[in-house]
Design a protein around this ligand. Structure first.
Ligand code: AMP
Ligand code: GLY
Length: 472
């Protein structure tokens, strides 16, 4: 009997890492990735899923592909497709697909609803209030800051905003202007900002906790640290310049991104903390969701947690999928067969799965399209770079100089031809590449990632220099 065909739905580095994990399974013959990127074609057994050479984007195109190619199992990366109901559509047509249905994807699709739900079932969350009216939100913030001069606030757009919808504010003025910028003008995240969640800023240690569930059994996956802020906190000049070029009135705001790098495992997550997170957060969320809404949650659930000084975990956010770049540092450590694990989720067999992980550390550093002026074009403006406006279509060089044992996952790349007709790799997004170093210690993994990322170049390329520092 021939091996399985898998379809991975994802455009970025997470999709490369998921595809790579499936490709390691001896049960899998071919992994198709849609829409994918140049990296999806560069890994063993992996290729782009296309329709007559065109990338597949819509759910109906993806479904037709899966039916035509006889795909045995589909695994979905990003929240957008899940919120749109890709899992519902595929299941209605008899396709085997891993991920939550649309009704369960709401746990990521609405921060306001989710905070209400978690609070309602007793899962610890920061003190928060939800608002649909900007003036009411401002009145609340003024009162809050007056009564709590030592506390900060975090203002969050309710809907999906590619990981950029939360703004950590350090003053009343910043909170007020953030409310305006999300809800009134320029409505930074569009309709995602019709409502906001205003939260007390918790102080502590952040941890990204992942679990996989067939809705009956919830199994913890390995943890990761993700660096969400665009700049190292001490990179003040670059932060100011970014805000100036972005027209942001808050010069010291270090903007959130989808993630600038990360590492796994997380040295802070010991067995007792893991047990507490499972007992107080992960299991009650899955069971409570079914009890409260009547809908099951299956697939991956990701808790963004703040561990406060009293060692209590609080949920800052829930995502209904694997993280990017967390996946790039977690999945290379998975020793359990990814195909069998996915089958167990679909067959409600997770109860008999014991996950195996490598003890190695992985450190991933993202190379992003940073501040740049487009070369060789007159009159073009200086752009602040990701997560703000940035240039794409920049040729990438130096890939051949990367050590063969370093994993290079592509976030935003495509093949094209340069002026001399040579086939080359070009940038297509804000996040471009994630280089993953691996080692017996966090430090050795980190050294390997940084040593190699230096060999890559593209116009405006930037990366944080502090991924994995200060944890050992
Ligand atoms: P979120 O989109 O909710 O994950 O928030 C993005 C980032 O903002 C988190 O990774 C934290 O660094 C920060 N953040 C969000 N909510 C809070 C909070 N209540 N207290 C402190 N930091 C927060
Ligand atoms: N890295 C954060 C996320 O994937 O949401």
């Amino acid at each position: 009997m021939s091996g399985a065909k898998v379809l991975v739905v994802d455009a970025g580095g997470r999709g490369n890492a998921i595809a790579d994990a499936f490709a390691r399974s001896p049960l899998v013959d071919a992994v198709y990735v849609a829409p994918g990127n140049a990296g999806s074609e560069m890994m063993k057994k992996c290729r782009l899923a296309t329709n007559d050479g065109r990338p597949l984007k819509s759910i109906s195109e993806l479904l037709s592909f899966a039916e035509r190619e006889g795909i045995d199992l589909t695994f979905v990366g990003p929240e957008g497709y899940l919120s749109e109901g890709i899992v519902n559509v595929f299941r209605e047509e008899g396709q085997r697909i891993v991920g939550p249905e649309k009704e369960a994807a709401i746990l990521e699709g609405s921060k306001c609803l989710t905070k209400d739900f978690l609070k309602g079932i007793g899962v610890p969350v920061p003190p928060f209030s939800n608002f649909a009216d900007p003036q009411e939100a401002k009145d609340y913030v003024i009162q809050f800051c007056d009564a709590n001069p030592d506390k900060g606030l975090v203002i969050k757009a309710d809907g999906l905003a590619a990981g950029k919808g939360s703004v950590v504010c350090s003053s009343l003025e910043e909170s007020l202007s953030t409310i305006d910028r999300i809800m009134v003008n320029p409505r930074l995240f569009g309709d995602a900002g019709n409502r906001i969640d205003v939260e007390e800023r918790l102080i502590g240690r952040e941890l990204m906790f992942f679990a996989i569930t067939d809705s009956r059994k919830v199994l913890p996956l390995e943890s990761a640290m993700d660096y969400k802020q665009a700049f190292s906190p001490d990179d003040r000049v670059a932060i100011k310049l970014f805000n100036k070029l972005s027209g942001n009135p808050n010069p010291d705001n270090n903007p959130n991104t989808g993630g600038m790098g990360g590492f796994s495992p997380h040295p802070w997550l010991d067995e007792s903390l893991k047990e507490r997170i499972m007992k107080k957060i992960a299991v009650p969320t899955i069971t409570g969701f079914k009890e409260t809404t009547g809908h099951e949650f299956t697939g991956i659930i990701y808790f963004g947690l703040m561990i406060t000084e009293d060692r209590e975990p609080h949920v800052l956010e829930i995502n209904v999928r694997l993280g990017d770049p967390e996946t790039e540092v977690i999945l290379p450590r998975l020793e359990t067969d990814m195909y069998q694990l996915s089958e167990a989720v679909l067959d409600r067999g997770l109860g008999s799965v014991e996950l195996q992980w490598s003890k190695d550390y992985c450190v991933g550093v993202c190379a992003i399209s940073g501040r740049a002026i487009k070369p060789l074009s007159s009159g073009s403006e200086e752009r602040p770079g990701y997560p703000g406006a940035h240039y794409t279509n920049m040729p990438i060089s130096g890939m051949e100089r990367v050590d063969p044992d370093v994993l290079v996952y592509h976030n935003g790349t495509a093949f094209g031809t340069d002026a001399s007709g040579r086939k080359r790799l070009f940038t297509t997004g804000g996040r471009v590449l994630t280089l993953v170093g691996r080692g017996k210690t966090l430090e050795s993994a980190r050294d390997q990632a940084y040593e190699n990322i230096k060999r890559i170049r593209f116009n405006g390329m930037r990366y944080r220099k502090d991924i994995g520092s200060g944890y050992v």
